[in-house]
Design a protein. Structure first.
Lengths: 467, 89
């Protein structure tokens, strides 16, 4: 009977990093992929943030266009605001601000890399470190001892494979999480469905618009904010781009793709694809945990990492960095606990302590307030209280109202203030309910007085225009 | 812009049956039909029905399984090395 020290179910970025770290320390390590190779079942999480370069400097410095030909730097996020008639009423571009503290975060917001290029590359790093990768293997069940403790896995062909530590890196619908009892089932408010299109476009056309010397220099990340669809993201690569959106399971009232089709069909989007000569190339969909906090992530001999543990960040549900970071921490925990000869749940609690202290855990300090705010604004478009209906025109008024020569400026400012005040009852209700808790978490202060200050602002009125 | 989905996903091998509906349990709520991006669920006579062609079209997102409150849908992944392949995921 073969027994591995560390057995990892899943060979995405998280499972591969766990395998690499475990193998580098000399542990006998195997990791499984249900596809024919890593990455062929994955379709999102393509914007790699600078924290990866900070946490995994040796690994990430070797990610170049030689190994990932369609890698593209996004130094700027471009925001498209669409009104209820799907007309573009504002466009904003933001590069990293002065408060960003380290390199390479000053240089880019994300490096965009297709998962079909990224995942096999990370898996290759694990194999180079001595881990054994088994592809086209579907893990269907766990093997338990007579006390119910997990001691191995069983493939769809009935093969049993044993391991001292089992790491569940098998994504949102995780056999390890379900069969170990750590997560029998997600609740609808914990998971989102994300439909996405990939569009192909000639690299030179993309460069002309979004390349380093393009019109919108390095604006290779985009957000489309709208009233009629959940906010959508655009991620631009070397020879194409993704456009996708998501929302929680209980919130869909029509086919999720129909919302994406609404966006893709609108004039501003059509102008963009015409400018770069883009054409639909692939349709993709996946589930994504988007929770206010991770689930319980360990039990006897078992740890869950990445999506399986509910680790995508609570604000934007970015999951690749959390998967890699928790993969590393789970492997480090396995190394320590195997050396001590104790992989019980009491010993593996170390994993939870580690991730809570890590960059990933810190994300969840304000998980609830951040997510509640985000969810009730940008993803409220299918609910009765569609807050984008007032948010978009309000934002437009505040940011753009003064670009106007229709009246003397002071008259314009009064018009703007009056218009803004029309939206204040809804906006202030929203601010009090959802924004104050976030502000309170940011400032680490009790801000229960804040709504009264707002109330004061609300009662101020410019005097009526006198003749 | 009408996007023709059938040209936009690749599938390999014989997946076997990997989604099963327990017709007895199904209450015909239609949530599965609402969330299926590829429109692979129908409602017939107050019950959900999975189209025959799902093995060649399903994107394996498991939304139908996750949205079925009463647990009438069983989802297990396609046979190893088969099913949808994303070339640009």
């Amino acid at each position: 009977m073969t027994e591995y020290d560390v057995l990892i179910v899943g060979a995405g970025p998280g499972g591969s990093v766990a395998a690499k770290v475990a193998a580098e320390s000399g542990l006998k390590t195997v990791f499984f992929e249900r596809g024919r190779k890593s990455g062929e079942k994955n379709s999102s999480g393509c914007g790699l943030g600078p924290r990866m370069w900070r946490e995994f400097p040796e690994l990430m410095k070797t990610l170049t266009t030689e190994v990932a030909p369609n890698l593209r730097k996004a130094a700027c996020v471009i925001n498209h605001y669409l009104n209820k008639d799907l007309e573009e009423i504002a466009l904003e571009m933001y590069y990293p601000t002065e408060s960003v503290t380290y390199e390479p975060a000053k240089q880019f917001i994300t490096m965009n890399c297709y998962r079909s290029e990224f995942d096999p590359w990370v898996a290759g790093q694990a194999v180079a470190a001595g881990a054994e990768q088994r592809t086209s293997v579907l893990i269907k069940d766990l093997v338990k001892d007579d006390k119910g403790k997990v001691i191995g896995v069983q493939t769809s062909k009935g093969e049993k494979i044993y391991g001292k530590v089992i790491i569940g890196a098998d994504g949102v619908i995780s056999t390890v999480a379900m069969r170990s009892g750590l997560n029998p089932r997600w609740r609808p408010e914990q998971i989102t469905l994300v439909p996405q299109y990939d569009f192909a476009a000639p690299p030179e056309k993309i460069d002309k618009m979004y390349g380093p010397d393009g019109l919108l220099a390095d604006a290779a990340d985009g957000i489309w904010w709208g009233v009629n669809f959940p906010s959508a993201y655009q991620v631009i690569f070397g020879d194409g781009f993704h456009i996708g959106l998501g929302s929680w399971m209980g919130q869909w009232t029509a086919n999720p793709l129909s919302y994406l089709n609404t966006l893709v069909s609108c004039k501003p989007f059509q102008r963009m694809i015409k400018a770069i000569d883009a054409k639909p190339r692939e349709v993709q969909a996946h589930l994504l945990p988007w929770t206010v906090k991770p689930i319980k992530t360990y039990t006897d001999n078992v740890m869950l990492i990445g999506d399986a543990g509910g680790f995508p960040c609570p604000l934007e549900a970015e999951g690749v960095f959390p998967a890699m970071e928790t993969g590393k921490l789970a492997a480090e925990t396995a190394i320590k606990c195997l050396a001590d000869g104790n992989t019980s749940k009491e010993a593996l609690k170390l994993y939870e302590e580690k991730w809570k202290k890590s960059s990933v855990g810190v994300e969840f300090e304000a998980g609830e307030s951040l997510q509640t705010l985000w969810k009730n604004l940008f993803f409220s478009t299918q609910s009765e209280e569609n807050n984008m209906e007032w948010f978009i025109p309000l934002w437009h008024e505040i940011r753009g109202g003064h670009y106007d020569w229709s009246e003397p400026h002071i008259v314009r400012f009064r018009q703007i203030v009056r218009k803004v005040q029309e939206y204040l009852p809804q906006a202030m209700k929203f601010v009090t309910k959802y924004a104050v808790p976030v502000l309170s978490d940011i400032m680490q202060e009790d801000l229960s007085m804040f709504p009264q200050m707002i109330k004061f602002l609300e009662t101020m009125r410019p005097k009526k225009k006198t003749k | 812009m009408k996007i023709e989905l059938k040209e936009l996903s690749q599938h390999v091998g014989d997946t076997g049956d990997f989604i099963k509906l327990n017709v007895e349990k199904c209450n015909g709520c239609g949530h599965c039909a609402t969330v299926c991006v590829m429109n692979l669920w129908l409602l017939r006579g107050g019950k959900a029905q999975l189209k025959e062609e799902y093995k060649q079209k399903c994107l394996e997102c498991a939304a139908c399984f996750s949205v079925c409150d009463i647990g009438a849908i069983d989802f297990s992944y396609p046979a190893a090395g088969t099913g949808v392949v994303y070339l640009k995921g």
